[in-house]
Every structure is written in structure tokens, then in C-alpha cells.
Design a protein around this ligand. Structure first.
Ligand code: NA7
Length: 490
């Protein structure tokens, strides 16, 4: 389930389609996301431009002809004036190596490669991980499985999603307000479509704080809870702790077994990617799952996994958690993991991997990398930390414009290349913006590359919000593509 509401998890540029394309629930689920994308492809006759079952093996920039020389499966070569990657932020799986994993007799699955039709019904299931995905999986499967053992390293501040059926009235409201909705999206921090709060936690009385938190808990959505309650939850320690206390109070109210509640309650700063529960078919929340007698929680900080054995998972207290299925909801080798598994060589044969060795994954404006002319990354490192479709649209518009400009003035073989200074300045700005937020204090997650041993620990996003990100792109365009070398003719 995308935890962005359905109406802003789509393209904004086809108003007629926005008015007519149906969506059943407040959140779209994977099959609907796929169906929507296929629909857009059909509607705009895009399939003729696509080649399936074609893996890009490598891409090399050649200064001789100002072209990308791309090798694809079957040793086929393609040359391209511009290379635009859409490799995704989260697609290379993180499958942590755990001692004895290969000895497990049951089924092993990663949530990012779920086998079609596989059922966990009446099985003894273990889930490792309780990030966005783990929380959704646990909320969904608790009722179907024989036993569910949740192996949790960090407890999470998860709030309800508020998912529900789209009523005709709600749909009519959306259709009447598309222009305002996307205006708000583009001029907001999160681009999630809801009204972000302008009120400081400190300006509200204790009763008002409680009312606002309660109201937003009821409405649901993790980003709404963080940015729609008060405007300083992500930046002010006291405001943040107010939100934490409210959520811990909810866990205490909901989870009947005090021992389970103790394990589920987070005490860290609430500054990881905000989560919300999955959409259980009976409307139950994540924390309610732990009232089921068949659902248990293992705190890996108290009792770490010692090894995986044929029958299940052995924790450090000697317990063998017997399992038929072990599900890895352990996330992704995020951001650069999608790039470094492909060989992209820029000037002088330098690969992206090498170029990011010292600095960590970086870019100019989230789209361009010095030394890699005519390469544009949609969703490259240091893109906006927001709802993604509008961020991608902003990048697509920017890249389309700069290529159009290059085509006009650059002759047969234009070269578009950002400067190292521009990349460094932009990167420093990203750090500065993040350092002003509490996210800087909670770096032990994928946003900073900390979820995978050996990855460079550094920021991977622009934390200024959607409006500021769009302004940065617009400023660059308005200043004659400042930060890029003057367009060179062949
Ligand atoms: P996440 O958010 O990276 O979550 C992965 C979870 O897996 C998280 O709870 C991790 O614990 C846990 N994890 C990872 N490695 C281990 C090991 N070795 N042992 C135990 N637990 C582990 O991935 P998701 O798929 O949930 O979501 C990724 C993004 O997709 C999400 O933010 C949305 O933007 C969409 P930790 O919290 O690090 O202690």
C-alpha cells in the first residue's frame, strides 16, 4: 500500500484523466498502482517507446562523439545523446546475512519480491523488520496465520492509516478541487495533499495539543501526524516528545499485555520516515494485532538473533522460535544501491560508484552529477524527501527543459554537465537543511545509509520540502542553468 493518499499518488498533468480515473480507497494498493501505470501507458500510447526484458549492463560516456554507449543484455549496443535513469529510490533489496540462514528448512521471502499467490494462511510466520513494509505486513497477516513472531530491532511510531472506501461525495470533492490540490502539493513541505499545520506546539494549550493529536490520529497517515498536527514536530525536541508521548499513550491504551506494550513503545526521537499502519481488512490497526494470542513481539535489542536453524530462529536467550516461513521486511539498499549495481562510467571511465566513494551518493539538484555529462537521474541522490510522484514530475519538467534548451543551442552534440562547485554547494545546502531538523539526530536508518553495513553514512535527500525544491530547480533554470557548464557545441 502506498501510504500517500490515492489522489496525490498519480500524475498531475492529465486533468481529464484525473477527473475520470477511478480509485476505490483512500490508499492505492500495489495492483492498483500497476493498473494505473498501465492505463497511462495505453492512454498516451507509450508502449511503442518501451523495450521489455532488456537489462542495462553498462553505460559509457564517450567524449569523442558526446554520446552514451549503452550495453544491454544480449551484448546489444545502443547509443544515446541523453541517458535518463529511472532506477528508483528503493528497488535493490536489503537481505541481511544472518548466521545459518541457508540451513532454514521453511520458506524465505523478502517483501520486495513477494511470490505471486503465495499464502501464509495457517502457517507459523516470522517477520524481521517493522518499517513501513513490516508494519503493513504485520497488520495484514496476523488474522490469517497460525502464529506470527515479529522480530523488532527499533520500535516504531506508527499511526493509523485512516484508509477507507472512496464515497461519491469524497470523489466529487476531489474532482472539484484538483487545481487547489496540486497547488497545495507544489507549495507544501511534504507534497502529501493535506493542509500542513502553521501552528507551533508551544502556542497550544495542553488540551488543544491533545485534541489536535487525537484528531490527526483519527484521520490517519504518518506524514499528516508529523506535519499536520503542529509545524515544529520535526524540528523542536519538546514538540517532538509531545507527539511521542501521545503515541506511547495510545500503545498503552491499545495493547492489553503490558509486556508486549513495553516492547512496542519507542523512546527515540520521532524523526525517522513517518509510518502508518497497513489496511487490515477488518479495520484493525498495527498495535491491535498484538492483542491476538497468536501474535508476539521479540525485542531484538534485548534478545538478538543468534542464528537461523532448520526449524526457525534462535535468539540469544536460547529460545527457538519455530517457523514455517521467515519474511524479510528488511528494506532496501536505498538510493545509490540502485545505481552502483549497474556500471555507469562518465568522463575518463570513472564510475558513479567511484565518484561517490568519498562523498557518498550525491548530485546537483537530485538529477545531475559532475563528470557525467548528459546523464539525468530521476530520483537520484539528494532529491526531495517528499511524496515522490510530484517530486519526480518536478525533475522531469526540469530535465525536459534543459534538454530542449541544449537541443536549441548546442548543435549536433550538446554537452550538459553540472560543475563540482554546484554539486558541493547543493550538497552543503542539503546537510544544512537536514541539520535544522530532528531527522539529523536519528541517523540510524536508510535515509542516512545506516541500514546496511559498509554503506557510507551521509544524508541522501533534500530536506527543504517540495516548494523549496521546486524553487531551487526554477532558480537554476531562470539563471541560465546556473551550476551547469555553458552548453558546449560539438
Ligand atoms: P525500512 O524502512 O528500511 O525498514 C526495514 C526494517 O527492517 C526496519 O525495521 C529495520 O530495523 C529492520 N532490519 C533491517 N535489517 C535488519 C536486521 N539485520 N535485523 C533485524 N532487523 C533488521 O524498509 P521498508 O521496506 O519497511 O520501507 C522502506 C521504504 O519504502 C519506506 O520508508 C517507504 O518510503 C517505502 P531498524 O529499524 O533498522 O532497527
Amino acid at each position: 500500500m502506498s501510504d500517500t493518499e490515492s489522489y496525490v499518488y498519480r500524475y498531475s498533468w492529465d486533468k481529464e484523466d484525473l477527473m475520470s480515473y477511478p480509485f476505490k480507497e483512500h490508499y492505492v494498493k500495489q495492483p492498483e498502482v500497476l493498473a494505473y501505470l498501465e492505463h497511462v501507458v495505453e492512454r498516451h500510447d507509450l508502449r511503442k517507446h518501451m523495450r521489455f526484458n532488456t537489462q542495462m549492463i553498462s553505460a559509457d560516456w564517450m567524449d569523442e562523439d558526446h554520446r552514451w554507449h549503452v550495453t544491454v543484455t544480449g551484448d546489444k549496443k545502443v547509443t544515446a545523446k541523453y541517458l535518463i535513469t529511472g532506477l528508483g529510490l528503493l528497488s535493490a533489496k536489503n537481505f541481511p546475512s544472518i548466521l545459518g540462514l541457508d540451513t532454514f528448512k521453511g520458506d524465505l521471502h523478502h517483501t520486495a519480491a513477494w511470490p505471486k499467490g503465495y499464502s501464509v494462511a495457517n502457517k507459523r510466520v516470522g517477520v524481521i523488520g517493522c518499517g513501513s513494509t513490516g508494519v503493513q505486513v504485520i497488520t495484514e497477516i496476523g488474522r490469517h496465520v497460525k502464529t506470527l513472531t515479529c522480530f523488532q530491532r527499533h520500535p516504531q511510531y506508527s499511526v493509523p492509516s485512516g484508509d477507507q472506501k472512496v464515497t461519491p461525495e469524497y470523489r466529487a470533492w476531489i474532482n472539484e478541487n484538483w487545481d487547489d490540490i496540486f497547488h497545495r502539493v507544489r507549495h507544501s513541505i511534504t507534497a502529501f495533499g493535506f493542509k500542513e499545520s502553521e501552528q507551533s506546539y508551544h502556542d497550544a494549550s495542553p488540551e488543544e495539543r491533545e485534541r489536535v493529536f487525537e484528531e490527526n490520529w483519527e484521520k490517519g497517515n504518518g506524514f499528516r501526524f508529523m506535519f499536520g498536527t503542529f509545524n515544529d514536530i520535526a524540528t523542536d525536541a519538546e514538540a517532538n516528545e509531545g507527539a511521542c508521548e501521545f503515541i506511547r499513550g495510545k500503545i498503552d491504551q491499545i495493547v492489553k499485555d503490558p509486556e508486549k506494550a513495553r516492547k512496542l513503545k519507542p523512546y527515540d526521537v520521532y524523526a525517522r520516515r513517518p509510518l502508518c499502519d497497513g489496511n487490515a481488512s477488518d479495520g484493525e490497526t498495527y498495535f491491535e494485532q498484538f492483542n491476538r494470542p497468536n501474535v508476539d513481539i521479540v525485542d531484538l535489542k534485548e534478545t538478538p538473533i543468534e542464528r537461523v536453524e532448520a526449524e526457525g530462529v534462535r535468539t540469544s536467550d536460547g529460545t527457538l522460535h519455530k517457523l514455517d516461513v521467515l519474511i524479510f521486511a528488511t528494506g532496501f539498499d536505498a538510493v545509490e544501491g540502485n545505481y552502483t549495481r549497474i556500471l555507469i562510467h562518465g568522463r575518463d571511465g570513472v564510475s558513479l560508484k567511484d565518484a561517490w566513494e568519498e562523498s557518498g551518493p550525491t548530485s546537483y539538484l537530485g538529477v545531475s552529477m559532475p563528470g557525467f555529462p548528459n546523464l539525468f537521474m530521476e530520483n537520484g541522490p539528494k532529491g526531495a524527501f517528499t511524496n515522490q510522484p510530484p517530486a519526480i514530475e518536478a525533475q522531469v519538467e526540469f530535465v525536459t527543459d534543459i534538454i530542449a534548451k541544449a537541443e536549441k543551442v548546442g548543435g549536433e552534440a550538446p554537452v550538459i554537465e553540472s560543475t563540482p562547485e554546484a554539486e558541493r554547494e547543493y550538497s552543503a545546502l542539503c546537510d544544512e537543511l537536514a541539520a535544522n531538523s530532528l531527522f539529523w539526530k536519528a541517523q540510524d536508518n536508510w535515509i542516512f545509509g545506516a541500514n546496511i553495513p559498509g554503506k557510507k553514512r551521509c544524508l541522501r535527500f533534500f530536506f527543504g520540502g517540495m516548494q523549496a525544491y521546486r524553487e531551487k530547480l526554477a532558480e537554476c533554470t531562470a539563471n541560465g542553468y546556473a551550476g551547469f557548464k555553458p552548453l558546449a557545441k560539438a
